[in-house]
Design a binder for this molecule. Structure first.
Ligand SMILES: NC(=O)c1ccc[n+]([C@@H]2O[C@H](COP(=O)([O-])OP(=O)(O)OC[C@H]3O[C@@H](n4cnc5c(N)ncnc54)[C@H](OP(=O)(O)O)[C@@H]3O)[C@@H](O)[C@H]2O)c1
Length: 372
C-alpha cells in the first residue's frame, strides 16, 4: 500500500478484500468497550484501488460504521457512486435509533457490499442481503467465501488470509453474539498463576506474581470490556482501583460481588473519584443478569479464585486468560526448596518459553551458573 497525492492506494484486484477487511477490523476494534448494547463495527469504502472513506461505530446512538464511512467520504469530497463497502458485520436493515444502514448505502449509490459475518440476531440475519439486492446492490457475506465465489469473483488473493480475517471478525463480535442470544454478557476470567497453580502467596499477596510488562498487557484488556468484576476478598486484600492502565476507559463499570456485604468503605473503588460507576451485588449470577440488562456485552473477571470457581460452577465462563508466571510459590517442602523468582534469581525470560501444542514449556535455568 502506498500514499499517492493524498489517496490511499491498494493493489487493485486481488488484494482489495483482505486489505479493506483488515482496515475495517482495526477501526472496529477502537469501538470495543464503548458501543454497548451495540456491537463494535468498522467499514471501509473503496473504488478503483482507492480508499474513499472509513469509519466505525463509536457509541450507541451515534453513526453506525457504514454511515460514518459514507460521511467521511463526503467530508473528503469523494464520489462514492459505484464504490464497494467492506463491513465487519452484516449491515442493519431496520431503522433503530438511527436509520437503517441498508438505506444509507443505497442512497449513497454504493454498488457492492461485502460483510465479514452475518448478524447473530436471528431476526436480522440474512435480511440485509435481501433488502440490498432489491435495491440492485450486490452483496456477499465473506464467511461464505466458496459460495460467493461461485457466482462472482471476490477480490481476494488468499482464501487462507480471508478466513483468518473472518475468524477475527467472528471473535470481535463473540460478546455481542452471547448478549443478543442469551441476554447475558460474555465472561472472560483472567488469573495470573505460578507454575504450581497458586494465585497468591501464603500471606494473600498476589501483586508480585505477574511482571510489570504482563500487568500492562492484561491492564489493556480493561480498555475493551464493559465491566470488570472481582470478589470481595480481592478488594479486602489488594484494594485495587480496577481502572485501565494507560488509556482511560470512563465507560468501564467496576463490579464487586460479596454475599456478606462486608467491604471496606475507604476502598479505592468507592473513594477514588473516578467517573467510573462501581456496583456491588450479593450474587454473581444476579450481577451478570443485571449487567446484561444494562447492555454490557463483555465482563472481565479478575479474580480471585473463589469467584472464578463459583462462575465456573454455574457454567458462566466463556473464556479464561491464564497468565502463567515462571515462578513456583509452594507452601510445602518441595515448593520451598524450589522457590525462586524471575528477577531476583536471574531465571531465563518467560517469553523464551516454547509453545508446544497447548503447553507452554518454560526453561527455568539460571543465567549465571552456581559456583561452589
Ligand atoms: N493472581 C491473580 O490473578 C489474582 C487476581 C485477583 C486476586 N488475587 C488474590 O486472590 C486472593 C483473593 O481470592 P479469593 O479466592 O480468596 O477471594 P475472591 O474470589 O476475591 O473473593 C471471595 C469473596 O467474594 C464473594 N463471592 C465469591 N463468589 C461469590 C458469588 N458467587 N456470589 C457472591 N459473592 C461471591 C464472597 O464475599 P464475602 O466474603 O464478602 O461474602 C467471597 O468470600 C487475594 O489474596 C488476591 O490478592 C489473585
Amino acid at each position: 500500500m502506498k500514499k499517492h497525492f493524498g489517496w490511499t492506494l491498494i493493489a487493485p484486484g486481488k488484494m482489495e478484500a483482505t486489505h479493506c477487511l483488515n482496515r475495517a477490523l482495526r477501526l472496529a476494534e477502537k469501538g470495543e468497550g464503548h458501543t454497548r448494547p451495540n456491537p463494535p463495527v468498522g467499514a471501509v469504502i473503496v473504488k478503483a484501488g482507492k480508499i474513499l472513506g472509513e469509519g466505525y461505530h463509536k457509541k450507541a446512538g451515534t453513526n453506525h460504521a457504514e454511515t460514518a464511512a459514507i460521511a467521511d467520504a463526503k467530508k473528503k469530497g469523494n464520489d462514492i457512486r459505484g464504490a464497494s463497502i467492506y463491513v465487519t458485520l452484516e449491515p442493519c436493515s431496520k431503522p433503530g435509533r438511527v436509520g437503517a444502514c441498508t438505506d444509507a448505502i443505497s442512497a449513497a449509490g454504493i454498488s457492492h457490499v461485502y460483510y465479514a459475518v452475518s448478524d447473530p440476531n436471528p431476526t436480522n440475519r440474512g435480511r440485509a442481503k435481501r433488502v440490498l439486492v432489491q435495491h440492485g446492490i450486490t452483496c456477499d457475506c465473506l464467511d461464505r467465501w466458496g459460495q460467493a465465489q461461485r457466482g462472482r469473483d471476490i477480490p481476494v488473493a488468499s482464501q487462507q488470509e480471508l478466513s483468518r480475517l473472518v475468524h477475527r471478525a467472528q471473535r470481535l463480535i463473540a460478546p455481542f453474539r452471547k448478549h443478543v442470544t442469551t441476554g447475558l454478557p460474555y465472561v472472560t476470567v483472567k488469573l495470573a498463576m505460578s507454575l504450581d497453580g497458586r494465585i497468591c502467596d501464603t500471606t494473600g499477596n498476589a501483586k508480585w506474581i505477574s511482571s510489570a510488562e504482563s500487568r500492562r498487557g492484561t491492564g489493556f484488556m480493561r480498555t475493551y470490556v464493559d465491566a470488570i468484576m472481582v470478589g470481595a476478598e480481592t478488594v479486602r486484600a489488594d484494594n485495587p482501583s480496577l481502572l485501565s492502565h494507560g488509556k482511560r476507559n470512563d465507560d468501564l463499570i467496576r463490579v464487586v460481588v460479596s454475599r456478606s456485604g462486608k467491604l471496606p468503605k475507604n476502598a479505592q473503588l468507592f473513594t477514588d473519584g473516578a467517573p467510573n460507576l462501581t456496583l456491588v451485588y450479593r450474587d454473581a449470577k444476579t450481577a451478570l443478569v443485571d449487567l446484561g440488562k444494562r447492555g454490557c456485552l463483555h465482563v472481565l473477571c479478575e479474580g480471585g479464585l473463589a469467584l472464578a470457581r463459583s462462575l465456573a460452577d454455574e457454567n458462566l465462563v466463556d473464556a479464561w486468560t491464564l497468565v502463567t508466571a515462571p515462578i513456583v510459590i509452594g507452601n510445602r517442602p518441595i515448593g520451598e526448596a524450589l522457590r525462586f523468582k524471575l528477577e531476583s534469581d536471574g531465571i531465563s525470560d518467560p517469553k523464551s518459553g516454547d509453545r508446544i501444542g497447548e503447553y507452554v514449556h518454560f526453561t527455568l535455568a539460571r543465567k549465571t551458573p552456581i559456583v561452589l
